[in-house]
Design a protein around this ligand. Structure first.
Ligand code: GAR
Length: 206
């Protein structure tokens, strides 16, 4: 099975990006991270991309664009020009415009540190902890026009412990993210899926 090119968009630490790069190097995930884009000049994700030798690494400053759509379409042009099949959001903390979502329909995925549809938004981990949930986790999903609402590709749960802080719970969730994201990408490339309404139905493995 040929490797497929992906673009990763990240605003922060980039540990999910690092996990995907590592899985790809180890032959566990048949993707080639060809583009990394960040909206933050100082995002550690950019350094991780540089260290890994990613071909196209870009910081695009939202302030240089008139509006969200213009910014997103500049990102989309870079991604398409590089021939990426998939766009992978890894801690990308900006809401995407409808124009961007439409352009990469069913080829745009995100990871969220909660068991969707619970605890959408910027602080899924803190919200789950404050709510008193006893089970938390992470979700990989297709991105649609609403926040954290697209069809679910994969989920993993972790327990919430009485001793948990936001940091300890997030660390436990992230350990799972680092396995779930590359594994879901692998299935997307090797297995493929179809949609039945909101349900993602994975093709039979050959
Ligand atoms: C991850 O835990 C991811 O699930 C979360 O940001 C973190 C990024 O970490 N994403 C969201 O909260 C999106 N709503 P990383 O930069 O180290 O990969």
């Amino acid at each position: 099975m040929a490797r497929q090119a992906i673009a990763v968009m990240a605003s922060g630490r980039g540990t999910n990006l690092a996990a995907i790069l590592e899985a790809a190097t180890q032959g566990k995930c048949p993707v080639d991270v060809r583009v990394v884009i960040s909206n933050k000049a100082d995002a550690p994700a950019l350094r991780i991309a540089r260290d890994a030798g990613v071909e196209t690494i870009l910081f695009l400053n939202p302030k240089d664009y008139q509006n969200r759509t213009d910014y997103d379409l500049a990102c989309a042009d870079v991604i398409e020009k590089a021939g990426c099949q998939w766009v992978v959001l890894a801690g990308y903390m900006r809401i995407l415009s409808s124009a961007f979502v439409q352009r990469f329909k069913h080829r745009l995925i995100n990871i969220h540190p909660a068991l969707l549809p619970a605890f959408i938004g910027a602080d899924g981990v803190g919200d789950a902890l404050r709510y008193g949930a006893k089970v938390a986790g992470c979700t990989v999903h297709l991105v649609d026009e609403e926040v954290d609402s697209g069809p679910i590709l994969a989920q993993v749960s972790v327990p919430v412990l009485d001793s948990d802080t936001r940091e300890s719970l997030h660390a436990r969730i992230q350990k799972e993210e680092y396995k779930l994201y590359p594994e879901t990408l692998r299935r997307m490339v090797e297995q493929g899926f179809s949609l039945d309404g909101r349900r993602v139905i994975w093709n039979q493995s050959i």
